[in-house]
Design a protein around this ligand. Structure first.
Ligand code: COI
Length: 336
């Protein structure tokens, strides 16, 4: 198939191969996995994932450098995060080595699907789920780990796209003691309704508040959030209700390196409404500026464009991810 790399968005373009690995025996250990043609899988209707939501996903990207080589960004962090989620959901997880090996094999098998430098990236979607049959509530007796891939475009296009967010206080995304801090598949569908309603009103997404007080911001349905006031960059602290984003962590480390003051703490809505800049971070969104936030019918606008803190961070992060800038953090690995 001849791809038009200029028209990529964030949608599924199926690639040739996927990676499949299953547990055997008592369901605790993953056997060697393999690359298979991309396609449907056979699974019992009584699988744990369908009945009790025992499942996690991850998101990662492979980037093509200007010299044509392909590289991965902080992929061990995805391996560690899926292990953390697996512990919470009583699932075995692939080891860090198995995870990195599986990602590498998936990318190399689909190498010609990695877009040219500057046109996008190959998005990788690892899935870990209870594939064994259960009826009584409890962990499944068998698990599957699958990675599929899709070329995707740059979410952020040359400073021209910025998000408008809606703060609402009817639906909570996560609560203390819940699963907001892991990438459980069950965290996403419960917010579809409220996000769809916001999109119908012209918003890009919803910014959720903490369930306990409704006073502090937490995260957007698909990404973490930061606010900027002067030299201070603040983001909600990880207290089990917010996804520990790998882009979030990288932005904090780059910002500290640039000399900004960075605080992870409670971020009250009233402070957000008074910020100079707001931006979102995530594997899918990268670093995307927020143009406005609407709260209780009041719309506040923020600085966006070339001369912003978020743009400085974005240029640096994407430079490292795509190999255009020196990676002094040691975050990337070339795989071909
Ligand atoms: C990612 O950024 O990779 C995510 O997993 C968010 C997703 C809901 C698009």
């Amino acid at each position: 198939m001849k791809m038009n790399w200029d028209n990529l968005g964030f949608g599924l373009t199926p690639t040739d191969f996927m990676y499949v690995m299953k547990t055997s025996g008592d369901g605790c250990v993953f056997d060697d996995g393999q690359i298979t043609p991309y396609g449907n899988i056979e699974i019992s209707p009584s699988a744990g994932v369908f009945n009790y939501g025992q499942g996690l996903f991850e998101g990662a990207k492979a980037y093509r450098r200007e010299d044509g080589h392909v590289q991965l960004f902080r992929i061990e962090e995805n391996a560690r995060r899926i292990k953390m989620g697996a512990d919470r959901l009583c699932m075995p997880a692939p080891s860090v080595e198995q995870f990195v090996d599986a990602i590498t094999k998936t990318v190399l098998a689909n190498k010609h699907w990695v877009p040219p430098a500057g046109k996008g990236s190959l998005y990788l979607r690892p899935l870990l789920f209870g594939s064994g049959s259960v009826l009584g509530i409890g962990p499944a007796p068998e698990y599957s780990f699958i990675i599929f891939a899709s070329p995707i475009g740059n979410w952020y296009k040359n400073g021209s796209s910025a998000m408008s967010l809606l703060i609402q206080n009817k639906v909570a995304r996560a609560s203390l003691g819940g699963t907001g801090g892991i990438k459980s598949i069950t965290n996403y569908a419960p917010v579809f309704e409220v996000v769809q309603k916001a999109k119908a009103q012209g918003f890009a997404d919803v910014l959720f508040l903490d369930a306990a007080t409704g006073k502090n911001i937490e995260e957007v349905s698909s990404c973490n959030i930061f606010i900027v006031k002067g030299n201070l960059i603040s983001t909600p602290a990880l207290q089990g209700t917010i996804l520990p984003g790998i882009t979030r962590r990288s932005v904090i480390e780059i910002a500290l390196d640039f000399g900004y003051q960075v605080e992870e703490r409670d971020v009250p809505v009233k402070e957000v409404l008074d910020a100079d800049e707001v931006f979102c971070t995530g594997t899918a969104v990268g670093i995307t500026p927020v143009a406005s936030i609407t709260y209780q019918d009041k719309k506040v606008e923020y600085k966006t464009g070339e001369e912003t803190v978020s743009n400085k961070l974005r240029v640096n992060l994407t430079g490292i991810q795509t190999g255009a800038m020196e990676d002094k953090m040691g975050w990337t690995v070339m795989i071909d």
